[in-house]
Design a protein around this ligand. Structure first.
Ligand SMILES: O=C(O)CCC(=O)C(=O)O
Ligand SMILES: [Fe+2]
Length: 207
């Protein structure tokens, strides 16, 4: 995990997840990697490689822009050096989560996402009804100089006793948000500018 600037980062993430079910790290990706991943995402978008994201799984997948308006492309290992660097970083995180929390995470799936201005993703949880492999969700943001007025927050709906508390997290370049996929409802609010990210899920084997 020498790619991480801060050696205490992984243990802080593990502690956060254990204590509260989510973690936010402002400086997760090194700056050069954030820039290169943003460039890669923009290039893929220009080449028309990103396609409207669907909701649901398998045969019941549907594109519904009233539910989610992002355009995505799934990553595969070995496509580009920059994506492989990101995947290696996330694999280090997977191992740390397994060592610290015994989660039995076996793999990681991830896609680039581009939300055009005005696009959003309505409130949802990330684990599918008919597939419970997703355990931990991981969002990494690729946006340079995001301003408070740009919108586009990730809104977490945190349990607060019997009530709920909304926490808005701006998609700042290089930052990471992790949470337990089955438990935390969340949504993406519309932004006034293009919003780029990598969304990923650490998965266990099918039971
Ligand atoms: O980009 C984000 O902040 C969250 C995206 C999301 O919830 C998802 O792709 O499931
Ligand atoms: Fe989600």
């Amino acid at each position: 995990m020498s790619a991480l600037a801060d050696p205490t980062l992984l243990s802080r993430i593990v502690d956060d997840l254990a204590q509260q079910g989510w973690s936010r790290q402002a400086a997760f990706l090194p700056d050069d990697l954030t820039r290169q991943l943003a460039e890669e995402c923009r290039q893929r978008a220009q080449q028309g490689a990103l396609t409207p994201a669907a909701v649901g799984r398998g045969g019941s997948q549907q594109v519904r822009e009233g539910v989610r308006g992002d355009r995505i492309q799934w990553l595969e290992a070995g496509q580009t050096a920059v994506c492989d660097r990101y995947l290696a970083l996330m694999d280090g995180l997977r191992q740390a989560l397994n060592e610290g929390l015994y989660l039995g995470l076996a793999d990681f799936e991830s896609h680039f996402a581009c939300y055009p201005p005005g696009a959003f993703y309505q409130r949802h949880v990330d684990r599918f009804r008919d597939d419970d492999r997703r355990v931990v969700s991981a969002l990494v943001y690729l946006n340079d100089e995001w301003q408070a007025g740009d919108g586009g927050a990730l809104r977490l709906h945190l349990a607060d006793g019997a009530a709920e508390r909304a926490l808005d997290i701006p998609p700042l370049g290089g930052s990471l948000v992790l949470f337990l996929s089955a438990e935390l409802p969340h949504e993406v609010l519309p932004a006034s500018r293009e919003r780029l990210s990598l969304a990923g899920w650490f998965r266990r084997r099918a039971l």
